[in-house]
Design a protein around this ligand. Structure first.
Ligand code: TYD
Length: 137
């Protein structure tokens, strides 16, 4: 599965902590977009899609959230609850975000600008078909 957990370098001192994320160094792509999600709770599931080419890194900068990852063959679950940890998600990976703590703030670094139409697959059946055909459409 094309995912990776990053441990960012914590530049902490007696004033508190700081993490810096540099494109191409701390995440393996150029960052073209940043968005963040908050105000979700444990009743909510977000995501429920895959991207054809987008790469992302997820950082839960406050609180906690569980990320489900699926490449059409296996399913994994990662709990993000530490702002110094990042989850890289490569292209062609189905993702779901669930079990948000009420105080969760999930920041997402993305390799592309927002493209609703071409890049998203919202239908899980279609995602499985694409994975089965090794993405030869
Ligand atoms: P949505 O894709 O439903 O979020 P999630 O993947 O967390 O389930 O996005 C919610 C709304 O925000 C929807 O109207 C599309 C919009 N949006 C943007 O305008 N730009 C973006 O970069 C993203 C990710 C979403």
């Amino acid at each position: 599965m094309n995912i990776k957990l990053f441990e960012f370098v914590k530049k902490g001192d007696n004033r508190g902590n700081l993490v810096a994320i540099e494109a191409g160094i701390d995440v393996p792509f150029k960052i073209r977009r940043v968005y963040y999600v908050w105000g979700s709770d444990s009743s909510v599931t977000r995501g429920l899609h895959a991207h054809r080419k987008l790469e992302q890194a997820l950082v839960c900068v406050h609180g906690a959230v569980t990320i489900i990852l699926d490449d059409g063959v296996e399913r994994k679950e990662v709990r993000l609850d530490d702002p110094s940890r990042g989850l890289y998600i490569g292209r062609r990976t189905w993702r779901e975000m669930k079990d948000f703590s009420g105080d969760a703030i999930l920041m997402v670094l993305a390799s592309e600008h927002y493209e609703e139409e071409e890049d998203y697959i919202h239908d899980y059946k279609k995602f499985l078909e694409c994975a089965k055909k090794d993405w030869k459409e």
